[in-house]
Design a protein around this ligand. Structure first.
Ligand code: HEM
Length: 129
């Protein structure tokens, strides 16, 4: 119904869990992205992205409870993110979104999520190359 958040409408915790798990599975196998991650264990990074996305789409506010204001552009400053990294990130995210079935993500929600990811990835670019 109209009082439902996007988070609830697409299946809540389970959907955001599956989305970020699949995303990081792709990152782990990606020769452009994997070297950017400072930690050997991608688990904590996966959890931070999941918490952030859950909060952004109207779910629990655990991200800000633990990390404070997102300031995502600032937090990405240590990493060189040009068009190649942006496209690699989006490729992983597109695969992750595609792995969520239509029972959970209908066309309108899928489109909204995809458009948000494209916008967000572009906004993280901090290098011309
Ligand atoms: C953190 C790379 C875009 C959300 C990180 C980290 C890397 C990274 C290397 C550090 C891993 C860690 O948390 O330990 C990239 C690259 C991007 C990109 C190459 C290409 C455009 C995005 C986008 C979002 C996002 C579009 C949100 C929609 C996050 C969050 C964190 C993070 C929430 C954890 C921030 C914190 O410390 O609390 N990213 N990222 N990233 N990224 Fe990205």
């Amino acid at each position: 119904d109209s009082t439902q958040t996007f988070y609830e409408a697409v299946g809540g915790e389970a959907t955001f869990h599956d989305l970020t798990a699949r995303f990081y599975r792709e990152v782990a196998a990606d020769d452009i992205l994997r070297p950017l991650y400072p930690e050997e264990d991608l688990g904590p990074a996966e959890r931070r992205l999941r918490m952030f996305l859950e909060q952004y789409w109207g779910g629990p506010r655990t991200y800000s409870d633990e990390r404070g204001h997102p300031r995502l552009r600032m937090r990405h400053h240590p990493f060189t993110i040009g068009p190649i990294e942006r496209d690699a990130w989006l490729r992983c995210m597109t695969t992750a979104i595609a792995s969520i079935g239509p029972d959970r993500l209908d066309d309108a929600h899928r489109r909204a999520l995809t458009e948000y990811m494209e916008m967000a990835a572009q906004s993280m670019v901090n290098s011309p190359l």
